[in-house]
Design a protein around this ligand. Structure first.
Ligand code: CDP
Length: 787
C-alpha cells in the first residue's frame, strides 16, 4: 500500500502521526465498557425469539427471585412512566420494551438488573413470556400487497404497511426524454442488500443517577452526544442541565451510534429508579440482530440516452425496507430517502425523477447512514450499475460513456438538475489520473489475452460525487436541531492550547487533524494543542460526527474560531511591538511589522502577553468560540477502477487491483486520509463480496454472529493504489471536503461492474450483491462456463 511521505512537521498538510495512537496502540483507550463505578449494576435485555407475535402474558416472578437480581422491568412497567415508546430520528415511534406485540426477532421485551452480568443474563431465562404467533412479513413487496397483516397496528387508523411515500424531480421532463424517438432506454432492478457496519465495539451505556444532586451522567457510545442529551431531556422530562453525556473513546461507529437504542433508555430508567449506576453493553449477536442495519433498498433504475451515449434523463423507483419502526437516519423528515436525490451524481443529466415507498416489515429498524451521508451509497451504486447496463446496451466502452456525460471543469460550480450546488472539481481529469495509474490500454490487452485463455478477468469503473457535511441548518436538522457545528479554543499563557469540539471521533483521528488546523491558523505546533470531544458539560453544542461532517462543518468552525483569535492576537502584537495594527502582517508563524520582518511576535509570546501584559481596553485571555452553519454541503468526488479475477471452478472473486483517485479538497493530514481510504475501501469490498443480513420466511435472522456475517478480512483486501487529486472546495474556509465515506460509497459498484464485465461476453448484465462464491458460481453454471 502506498503510504504518504512523512512531511516533517505538525501543521496543516503534514502527515503527522496520530496523537491518539499513543494510547490506542498501548491498549490504554477508555471505552464505555471500561467504565467501572462503585456499586454499579448490570442490565440485560430479554429479546423476542419470534418476528411477529402478540404478547399474551409476561410473568417475571421467577426472574425476580433469582440470585443477585435487583429489578425486572417489562413494557407495562415502562408504560406506567410513559416511557414504553420513544421517538425515532425519522419522526416515527419505536417501542422501548414491547407492550402489545413484538414486531421483529430480537426486539426488546423486558430487562433484568442484577449485581453481575452473569446473574442478569441467567435471570432472563426465567422470564415466562407467552407469544401468540402472527403472520410474518420479511419481503417489502409482499408487505405492500393488499390484505397483508398490518405490522404497525399500534398506530390508530393504519390500514397498510407503508411508512412514507415520496418523490422528487420533474416527472414530466423525464417522461418526455424517455419518449424521444432517438432514445435508447435501459431498465435494471437493483437490490442493495441489508448490511451491518459491525464496529469492533458494540453499543452500550453506563447511566449514573446521583439522587442527591439530581444529576444523570450517561457514558454512552454516542456519535452525537449533545443532540442525544437534548433528546433525553425532552423524552425523559429531565432538566437538560442535569444530564451529562460522556462519549469516551469509541471503537468505530460508522453511523450505527447515531440513533438512540432502547438499551440506552432502559439503563437510564433503571439508574433513575434504583439510584445506582447501571451498565448495559450489547453482545455481538444483539448488535447484529437489533441495531444499526443499513441499506435494504430495492431500486428500479432507468436511463434514456441517445445512441451515441448522451444521457437524456433518468428515473428511479425505490422500495425501501425500513423494518418494524421507521428509525432511518435522515437530516430531518423532509429527507425520507436521505440524500438519495444526489443520484445524478457527477453527470450532466438534464432530467431526473426519483420516487420511493418506505415499507414496514418484521425486521429490525434502522436504515442508518453506514459510512455514508444518508443513502448516498445506494444512490451512487444505483447510477453506476445502470451506467454499465447502458454501456452494454449501446455497445460502448464504460469509460467512454462516462466521459461523455461527466460534468466538466468549466461547468463548475455546477448546479445539478436536483438543485445541488457542487463546490468545484474536475471530474474528467480525476478519471484520467485513475486511467493512467491503471494503464487502461494495457489492462484491456491483458483482458483480451485472458479471454483467449478462458480466464475470467473483469475491469470495473465508478466515477462519482459524494455529498457530505450536513447542514446548512435551515435544510438539515435532527428533531429540529439545526446542523451547525462548533469549536471553542483557548490559548494558555505558555502558548499551549485546548480545543473543544461539538463533534465526536470514533477513530478518525480528530485529536490530530483538528490540532493541525489550529496549528496552521495560529503557527503553534499541533503537539501543543489538546483536542477534547464528547463530554456535553465541557464542549460546545454540536450535532455530532456522521456523514463525514466533521471536517466540512467542525473543521470550518475550528478555522473560524482560530481566525477570530488571530484578530485579537494582532491587537496584542501591535501593543507589544508598539506598532499600528494595520502595519502588521501574519506570516504563518508570527505577526511581523511590514517592511521590518525582524520585528516579530510569535503566538506563544502573544498568548503570554494576553495574561500578563494586556493592552489597555482589551480583555485578558485569548479564547473564543465559533458556531459554523455551512452555506452548502461539500462534494468530494472520485474515480475508481477495480480489476477482478473469477475462479471458474469455485466462483470466488478476487479483487486483484483497486485504483482509487479521490478529491477531498485541501488535505489536512494525507496519512490519515490514506488510512480512511484503506478502511473505507475494505468495507466497500466486504459489501460487494461477502456481507449480507438475511432472514428466512419466518423472520429468523440468519447472520447473528461472525460465523454467519462474513466481515471483510485482510485476505480479501488487495494492495490499494491510491491517487491524489486536489481541487479546493469553493466555499469551505479551508478549501477542504470530507473524505471518510467516499471509498465505501464508490467501491461496491466498481467491483460489481468488474465482475459483470468479466461475464459480459456471456450476456450477463447484472448480479445482485454480495458476489459470494455460491452466487457467482450459480451464474457461471447457468451460462455453462463453470469448470
Ligand atoms: O466526520 P468524519 O470525521 O467521519 O469524517 P471526515 O471529516 O471525512 O474526516 C475523517 C478524517 O480525515 C478526519 O481526521 C479529518 O480531519 C481527516 N481529513 C483530512 O485530513 N483532510 C480532509 N480534507 C478531510 C478529512
Amino acid at each position: 500500500m502506498i503510504v504518504a511521505p512523512q512531511k516533517n512537521g505538525s501543521t496543516f498538510g503534514d502527515s503527522m502521526l496520530r496523537k491518539e495512537d499513543a494510547r490506542f496502540v498501548r491498549g490504554s483507550g477508555h471505552y464505555v465498557d471500561d467504565v467501572q463505578l462503585k456499586g454499579m449494576l448490570h442490565l440485560s435485555l430479554l429479546r423476542s425469539p419470534v418476528a411477529h407475535a402478540r404478547l399474551k402474558s409476561i410473568d417475571v416472578s421467577r426472574a425476580k427471585a433469582a440470585p443477585g437480581v435487583k429489578m425486572v422491568i417489562t413494557g407495562a412497567d415502562l408504560a406506567a412512566h410513559n416511557l414504553a415508546w420513544m421517538p425515532t430520528l425519522a419522526g416515527d415511534t419505536q417501542a422501548v420494551l414491547a407492550t402489545d406485540k413484538v414486531r421483529f426477532q430480537g426486539q426488546e421485551v423486558a430487562f433484568v438488573v442484577a449485581d453481575s452480568r452473569y446473574h442478569a443474563q441467567d435471570a432472563l431465562e426465567l422470564i415466562d413470556v407467552e407469544y401468540e404467533p402472527l403472520t410474518v412479513l420479511v419481503d417489502p413487496h409482499k408487505a405492500l400487497e393488499p390484505g397483508a397483516p398490518i405490522i404497525r397496528d399500534d398506530k390508530p387508523g393504519k390500514t397498510d404497511n407503508t411508512c412514507f411515500t415520496w418523490e422528487v424531480g420533474d416527472k414530466g421532463a423525464v417522461a418526455a426524454a424517455f419518449a424521444r424517438p432517438d432514445a435508447v432506454v435501459v431498465k435494471q432492478q437493483i437490490f442493495y442488500p441489508r448490511i451491518h457496519p459491525a464496529p469492533m465495539e458494540t453499543c452500550g451505556a453506563v447511566a449514573d443517577y446521583d439522587r442527591a444532586m439530581g444529576k444523570m451522567t450517561i457514558y454512552m457510545t454516542s456519535q452525537a452526544p449533545h443532540a442525544h442529551r437534548t433528546l433525553f431531556a425532552i423524552v425523559a422530562g429531565l432538566p437538560e442541565e442535569n444530564i451529562r453525556i460522556i462519549s469516551p473513546d469509541i471503537g468505530g461507529g460508522f453511523g450505527g451510534k447515531v440513533p438512540i437504542y432502547p438499551g440506552y433508555v432502559c439503563a437510564t430508567a433503571a439508574s433513575l429508579l434504583l439510584g445506582k449506576p447501571v451498565k448495559w453493553m450489547e453482545s455481538r449477536s444483539e448488535n447484529l440482530m437489533a441495531d444499526s442495519f443499513a441499506r435494504d433498498y430495492h431500486m428500479t433504475s432507468e436511463i434514456a440516452a441517445t445512441r451515441d451515449g448522451k444521457i437524456l434523463g433518468t428515473r428511479v423507483h425505490i422500495v425501501a425496507d425500513h423494518g418494524a419502526f421507521n428509525a432511518h437516519a435522515q437530516p430531518g423528515p423532509e429527507w425520507p430517502t436521505g440524500f438519495f436525490p444526489i443520484f445524478t451524481s457527477c453527470y450532466d443529466i438534464p432530467a431526473a425523477h426519483a420516487s420511493a415507498v418506505g415499507v414496514y416489515t418484521n425486521k429490525a429498524p434502522g436504515g442508518i447512514a453506514y459510512r455514508c451521508s444518508f443513502r448516498v451509497t445506494e444512490a451512487i451504486y444505483c447510477i453506476e450499475r445502470t451506467m454499465d447496463v447502458l454501456a452494454d446496451e449501446l455497445g460502448m466502452d464504460a469509460v467512454e460513456l462516462r466521459k461523455k456525460n461527466l460534468i466538466t471543469k468549466e461547468q463548475q460550480p455546477y448546479r445539478s438538475i436536483m438543485g445541488w450546488e457542487y463546490d468545484g472539481g474536475d471530474y474528467p481529469a480525476a478519471l484520467d489520473v485513475a486511467l493512467k495509474m491503471a494503464d487502461y490500454p494495457a489492462l484491456l490487452k491483458e483482458q483480451e489475452e485472458a479471454r483467449k485463455e478462458g480466464r475470467l478477468m473483469g475491469i470495473g469503473f465508478t466515477t462519482f460525487t459524494e455529498i457530505v457535511g450536513a447542514g446548512p441548518g435551515k435544510k438539515c436538522h435532527i428533531a429540529g436541531l439545526e446542523m451547525f457545528d462548533s469549536a471553542e479554543l483557548r490559548l494558555h499563557p505558555t502558548g499551549k492550547a485546548i480545543l473543544k469540539l461539538g463533534v465526536k471521533s470514533q477513530g478518525q483521528g480528530h485529536e490530530t487533524t483538528f490540532a493541525q488546523i489550529v496549528a496552521g491558523e495560529l503557527g503553534i505546533p499541533a503537539e501543543d494543542i489538546l483536542v477534547e470531544e464528547g463530554d456535553t458539560d465541557n464542549t460546545p453544542y454540536g450535532l455530532g460526527t456522521y456523514g463525514s461532517r466533521s471536517t466540512p462543518v467542525a473543521g470550518a468552525a475550528t478555522a473560524v474560531v482560530a481566525r477570530k483569535i488571530r484578530e485579537k492576537a494582532k491587537r496584542i502584537a501591535a501593543h507589544l511591538l508598539e506598532a499600528a495594527v494595520d502595519d502588521l502582517e501574519w506570516t504563518g508563524d508570527a505577526f511581523r511589522v511590514k517592511g521590518s520582518p525582524d520585528q516579530r511576535k510569535s503566538m506563544a509570546e502573544i498568548a503570554f502577553a494576553a495574561y500578563t501584559n494586556t493592552p489597555p481596553g482589551e480583555e485578558a485571555g485569548l479564547e473564543g468560540v465559533a458556531y459554523y452553519d455551512p452555506p452548502e454541503m461539500t462534494y468530494p468526488f472520485g474515480a475508481y477502477i477495480a480489476v477482478v479475477d473469477i475462479d471458474r471452478g469455485t466462483g470466488v472473486v478476487r479483487v486483484r487491483r483497486f485504483i482509487a483517485v479521490d478529491d477531498c479538497g485541501n488535505r489536512i493530514n494525507p496519512m490519515i486520509i490514506e488510512g480512511q481510504m484503506h478502511g473505507g475501501l475494505a468495507q466497500g469490498i466486504g459489501t460487494a463480496l461477502m456481507e449480507v443480513i438475511e432472514f428466512d420466511e419466518t423472520g429468523n435472522h440468519l447472520n447473528s454472529s461472525f460465523m454467519d456475517y462474513q466481515i471483510v478480512t485482510a485476505l480479501e483486501v488487495p494492495n490499494f493504489e491510491l491517487g491524489e487529486f486536489v481541487t479546493p472546495s469553493t466555499h469551505h474556509p479551508l478549501g477542504a471536503r470530507g473524505v471518510a465515506e467516499s471509498p465505501t460509497v464508490g467501491s461496491p459498484s466498481a467491483i460489481v461492474n468488474a465482475v459483470v464485465d468479466a461475464l459480459s461476453p456471456w450476456g450477463v448484465r447484472h448480479i445482485d450483491m454480495p458476489m459470494t462464491p455460491a452466487r457467482v458460481w450459480e451464474v457461471l453454471n447457468a451460462k455453462g462456463i463453470a469448470e
